[in-house]
Design a protein around this ligand. Structure first.
Ligand SMILES: Cc1cc2nc3c(=O)[nH]c(=O)nc-3n(C[C@H](O)[C@H](O)[C@H](O)COP(=O)(O)OP(=O)(O)OC[C@H]3O[C@@H](n4cnc5c(N)ncnc54)[C@H](O)[C@@H]3O)c2cc1C
Length: 460
């Protein structure tokens, strides 16, 4: 086509890139995709999937303990980290093959190489080879950011390495308060490590509802995790096999591993975008319009590299919408509002919509419904845990504008509740829905008493 080797060149075979490549190819485009590491990207190789497998592994310790209250006697369980990692790696390899096969099936040409832009229509491989493309999609994802250079930073691992440790650390310091830090803290604690979570902010999970943050922090502490907010790691020293993390208050924590999970940065370095006037926005991601088009008309970008909503389903949706728009004749903007999301902590968090703070800022009248209760399973197990649920309702329209859950299966619950919230369900719709009994979820349709109601004046 007009002197181009391919219609579409995709840089990065992760969640967004693979979906875009396969859908574009399905529409008849000639597609080439470059991947510098492993097909599947962060989610499959060192993100959501391996993490969830580790989460499952970490939860057995509670199950073994809880079984006693239900009449089971379980012999002293033992855990073998190398077995878990080997099994996890086998599953990841299977998924990588499945992703590669999909690309082959759709006649997408896979190049196992780093790629960069030479000009607006030319992509350069690591070998020096060039490919001319009519359209280019950047889907290079993001990379762990370890923060300012502190003494001993070279000793810190990121989530990338956490998936491949040769042995389970007996003690681990994790710096960070976002969902990845919190999830790994719970994973390691569940597997038996002594965990210290160090976070510079006033509470974990910045951006989440304040009640959720407080509830989860208390639950984590009840599980024996040290959650130290208002602190940072200022230096790491290696002493034999141990590491000493020095904190900003001059205290120190000794551990077998120090992990930093303080954020991720879009992968834009060395991509060649500087010379092309591709705009970067203030959050360091590539600036795109609602169709994921950059400031250069034939170059698009999807997923974490655009730093919009950094989640796999969002990257996939953006990749799909790009292909529908450019090759399917169906211009498709992506709606980034009301994205349900989960934290696979212990217990889990599931949320959709506005936090209480946001609702009070944006709406004239907000009704808040909340409840906390002991999950039924904990009655016989004796486990010291409570579930938390909260609904935020627009007092003017009765629409449920936020739902926040901390408790078992919160991720599964929020996926279903998310449909109702996305459809604009009202509190009356929730109330009219018959409860499923006995479940935790029934609380969502039986919350009748307002915990508090705010009018605009009260919000000031
Ligand atoms: C530990 C962890 C846990 C997570 N858990 C969840 C979760 O539970 N749920 C959820 O929704 N999201 C989760 N995420 C986020 C999710 O993984 C990302 O949002 C998603 O993978 C983004 O997809 P993407 O296509 O933008 O980028 P990626 O999947 O990161 O793919 C980018 C690909 O591009 C390749 N690449 C980069 N530069 C180049 C180049 N120059 N040339 C060639 N190839 C290149 C990379 O090697 C990579 O394979 C998690 C992330 C992490 C790190």
């Amino acid at each position: 086509m007009s002197g181009h080797d391919v219609d579409l060149f995709v840089i990065g075979a992760g969640s967004g890139g693979v979906r875009a490549a396969r859908v574009a190819a399905g529409y008849g485009a000639r597609v080439m995709i470059a991947e510098e590491y492993r097909v599947g990207g962060t989610c499959v190789i060192r993100g959501c999937v391996p993490k969830k497998l580790l989460v499952y592994a970490s939860r057995f310790s509670d199950e073994f303990e809880d079984a006693a209250g239900y009449g089971w006697s379980v012999p002293e369980p033992t855990f073998h980290w190398p077995a878990l990692i080997a099994n996890k790696d086998r599953e990841i390899a299977r998924l990588e093959t499945a992703y590669t096969n999909t690309l082959e099936r759709f006649d997408v040409t896979l190049v196992k190489s780093r790629a960069a832009l030479e000009d607006a229509h030319t992509v350069r491989m690591a070998t020096g080879a060039h490919v001319r493309a009519e359209t280019i999609l950047i889907s290079t994802g993001a990379w762990p950011h370890l923060g300012p250079k502190i003494p001993g930073l070279e000793h810190a691992i990121s989530s990338n390495e956490a998936f491949h440790l040769p042995e389970l650390p007996r003690r681990i310091v994790i710096q960070g308060g976002g969902y990845i830090a919190v999830e790994f803290a719970c994973i390691f604690a569940g597997l038996g490590s002594k965990v210290a979570l160090i976070y510079r902010g006033e509470n974990i999970l910045r951006g989440f509802d304040d009640d959720v943050r407080e509830h989860l922090r208390n639950e984590m502490r009840a599980r024996g995790i040290t959650v130290a907010c208002g602190h940072t790691v200022v230096a790491i020293a290696k002493l034999g096999d141990e590491f000493i993390a020095r904190l900003s208050d001059n205290s120190a924590v000794t551990a077998d591993k120090v992990m930093f999970a303080i954020g991720r940065r879009p992968n834009v370095t060395g991509l060649g975008i500087e010379g092309l006037n591709i705009e970067i926005h203030e959050h360091a991601g590539i600036k795109v319009d609602e169709y994921s088009r950059t400031s250069v008309p034939n170059i698009y970008a999807v997923g974490d590299v655009t730093n919009r909503v950094n989640l796999t389903p969002v990257a996939i949706r953006e990749g799909h919408a790009f292909a529908d728009t450019v090759y399917g004749g169906k211009p498709t903007p992506v709606d980034h509002s009301n994205v349900p999301t989960a934290v696979f902590s212990e217990p889990e968090v599931g949320v959709i919509g506005l936090t209480e703070t946001q609702a009070r800022e944006r709406l004239a009248k907000v009704d808040v419904y909340k409840t906390t209760f002991r999950p039924m399973k904990a009655t016989l197990s004796g486990r010291n845990t409570r579930t938390f649920m909260k609904l935020l309702v627009d007092g003017a329209t009765d629409r449920v504008v936020g739902c926040h859950i901390v408790g078992p299966d919160a991720s599964e619950l929020i996926q279903a509740v998310g449909i109702a919230v996305k459809m604009g369900a009202t509190k009356a719709d929730f109330d009219a829905t018959m409860a499923v009994h006995p479940t935790a979820g029934e609380e969502l349709v039986t919350m009748r008493e307002k915990a508090v109601s705010y009018g605009r004046a009260a919000a000031k």
